[in-house]
Design a protein around this ligand. Structure first.
Ligand code: ADP
Ligand code: ADP
Ligand code: MG
Length: 643
């Protein structure tokens, strides 16, 4: 085993690799861009090397700087993660030329699978079923249109250099072909610097089922399949293993084909063979075709780990360091069922636009495998993939695992940016998905219902009003009756709409919240009770914002009513409480000499701490506040000696 490796990546996958290295006692070196200096993967690694600017071309794609960093830190091997340099054969060659080990396949294996047309030719020769279609050199539009006609509509135009769903167009009929071809070619030219396309038959009721393979350079085995049919714009959203409805015959046929594919190119390490499956009539051993091979660890590898008990990163390290394959095919079995949901900073309601922002809250329920590269307080920057986390669950059956997924998503607390969490929750409850009736069109067919933003109920708004007033904490119960006034008005802004709520304190720690369209009696005893019934909701605060989490996450901006000068009593030398609150601390005693701006006391209100400072230089004449007491607005806290 290696003593030290360098991880040429960032985010969740870098953290994921470090996790395994720690368990195996392998020292880790992280690399990072300027904006990632304080990132989670950097904090987790034993050592970190700065690569340069935020743009990937200035940092994570700088193969020469990465190899130099490996040399300087004594790393023997480089793990590429996924994306970035993971499928770049020139980088593999440079790593090897520097006397280091690339934790992944050979440059020639990556090249063999790099272009979809050449890969398909190769697979056909190896006896792997390939989607019928045209993949010739002749790129003349008229010629391609004729080929499409021969294949039969609908067809799919694909960039031969494609990836991540780019450069792909489905065409329904001949009259739409020319425009679609032009769009696909221009997208491909921009994204991959190569505008060559191939044309495939569009498979009806398509399901995306892929097989995890693992090779030692000669022999290969497979670790069963994953179903990744839940897609948006050809990108995966929720993945699962095993595939619903899979039969032993089909699994054997797909597994054999995938192993043949890997062995045909002398594959070493972890890889994935993706197949498109005709799901219109159940799964049949003659109804699947090779699409492409991803020559790296795949984003969704954890579902395979969950059902096989294998740590794929450990296998990668062991095989790369010269050990034989850690298991034989017959040792591998499937246990239970697993799901992975990709949590992104994106606005599902607005065309899934990527979002940025500082994550003020980030918490996953206990027992859930959450793969993440960020912590609460970290920022989703515009520079990289907006993935926040992968939520992975495992259960004895598909139904129990899906229930665990629903619970895991319902218990996930994330705030500070718009996310696709509500979308994922709805998807996890989707009837067709629940029934295992999946195909790649499922999300699109129901996109409006799945992506609509949740409307906050009047109960949610009532809780938000209490939170906006800082009345959502347990001490409110004891403190409420002491407070004057006994009624407040909360102002909340939700998606640009301002709303007000009248809150009156009642006896026994209860409040009446009157909204424009409803009124509720809200009580806090451990959890929340609304109109007498317990509600499973949580309240959280961020700067200028309150969040209420029920099955969804609702955020409300709180316009600052406290833009008051905490040193308002400067002239009189009297320091008063600018709002009702709890005196958290008092820093001065009678007779103390203070300078203007020195901290005198801290008042906690609206869930924020307000530091009260000395209005001028002078001496403290009298301390009227005691830490731990609740005070009213305007209560005198500290009196300074006359000038
Ligand atoms: P997978 O096939 O492993 O599930 P995806 O299909 O989601 O992965 O993405 C394909 C590849 O594109 C992955 O290697 C992923 O890391 C990479 N990728 C996706 N988005 C970005 C991005 N914004 N920047 C760099 N790489 C990306
Ligand atoms: P990429 O390299 O962008 O991942 P793929 O060839 O893997 O491209 O295709 C991406 C997705 O497009 C698949 O997961 C599947 O949903 C869909 N797809 C690809 N080929 C076909 C096809 N022939 N018929 C129907 N859907 C397809
Ligand atoms: Mg693919």
């Amino acid at each position: 085993m290696f003593a030290t490796i360098l991880i040429a990546n960032r985010g969740e996958i870098a953290c994921r690799v470090i996790d395994t290295c720690r368990r195996l006692g392998v020292r880790t070196v992280a690399v990072h861009s300027d904006v990632d200096r304080g990132a989670r993967h950097v904090a987790m690694a034993d050592e970190a090397v700065s690569l340069g600017g935020a743009a990937p071309a200035d940092s994570y794609l700088r193969g020469d700087a990465i190899i130099e960093a490996a040399r300087a830190t004594g790393a023997e091997a480089i793990h590429p993660g996924y994306g970035f340099l993971s499928e770049n054969p020139a980088f593999v060659e440079a790593v090897e030329a520097a006397g280091l080990v690339f934790i992944g396949p050979s440059a020639s294996a990556i090249r063999a699978m790099g272009l979809k047309d050449a890969a398909k030719d190769l697979m056909e020769k190896a006896g792997v079923p390939v989607v019928p279609g045209y993949r010739g050199e002749n790129q003349d539009p008229a010629h391609l249109a004729r080929q499409a006609g021969d294949i039969g509509y609908p067809v799919l135009i694909k960039a031969v250099a494609g990836g991540g769903g780019k450069g792909m167009r489905r065409v329904e009929a001949p009259d739409a072909f020319a425009d679609a071809l032009e769009a696909a070619k221009s997208e491909a030219a921009k994204a991959f610097g190569n505008d060559h396309v191939l044309i495939e038959k569009w498979i009806a009721s398509p399901r995306h089922i892929e097989v995890q393979v693992f090779g030692d350079g000669t022999r290969a085995l497979h670790l069963f399949e994953r179903d990744c049919s839940l897609q948006r714009r050809h990108q995966k959203v929720i993945e699962e293993a095993p595939a619903p409805g899979m039969t032993p015959e089909m699994r054997a046929a797909m597994g054999d084909a995938a192993v043949r594919a890997a062995e045909a190119i002398g594959y070493s390490g972890a890889g994935t063979v993706e197949f498109i499956v005709d799901g219109s009539d159940g799964l049949r051993p003659d109804g699947f075709w090779f699409m492409e091979m991803n020559t790296r660890l795949q984003v969704e590898h954890p579902v395979t780990e969950a059902i096989t008990g294998v740590d794929l990163v450990e296998w990668q390290l062991r095989v790369a360091s010269g050990e034989p394959l850690p298991a034989a095919q017959e040792d591998l079995t499937i246990e239970g069922h697993a799901f992975e949901a990709r949590l992104y900073a994106e606005d599902a309601e607005n065309g899934f636009l990527p979002q940025t922002g500082r994550l003020t809250h980030l918490r996953f329920p206990p027992g859930v495998r959450a793969e993440t590269g960020v912590r609460a307080g970290d920022t989703i920057s515009p520079w990289y993939d907006p993935m926040i986390a992968k939520v992975v669950v495992h259960g004895p059956t598909r139904a129990t695992a899906l229930l665990s997924l629903e619970r895991a998503l319902a218990g996930t607390r994330v705030a500070g940016t718009v996310t696709n969490l509500a979308f994922l929750r709805r998807l996890a409850r989707h009837e067709g998905f629940r029934a295992g009736d999946v195909d790649t069109g499922l999300i699109d067919r129901d996109i409006a219902a799945l992506s609509a933003r949740p409307e906050p109920s009047s109960q949610v708004r009532a809780l938000a009003a209490l939170a906006a007033l800082g009345l959502d904490r347990p001490q409110w119960q004891e403190g409420a009756h002491l407070w004057t006034p006994l009624a407040w008005t909360a102002r909340l802004v939700s998606r640009g709409d301002e709303m007000t709520a009248r809150v009156e304190a009642r006896g026994g720690g209860s409040c009446r919240v009157t909204l424009e369209d409803a009124a509720h009696e809200v009580t806090r005893d451990g959890g929340w009770r609304i109109d007498g019934a317990p509600v499973a909701a949580e309240v959280a605060h961020g700067p200028g914002v309150v969040h209420v989490f029920d099955d969804d996450a609702h955020s409300f901006d709180v316009p600052d009513p406290l833009a008051v000068d905490a040193a308002g009593g400067a002239a009189s030398g009297l320091v008063e409480a600018p709002m009702p609150g709890l005196v958290k601390a008092v820093f001065v005693e009678t007779g103390a000499t203070v300078a203007q701006g020195d901290r005198l006391a801290v008042l906690e209100a609206m869930k924020m701490e307000h530091v009260l400072t000395a209005p001028r230089d002078g001496t403290v004449a009298e301390v009227l506040a005691t830490a731990g007491t609740q005070v009213e607005a305007g209560a005198p806290l500290i009196r300074m000696e006359e000038e």
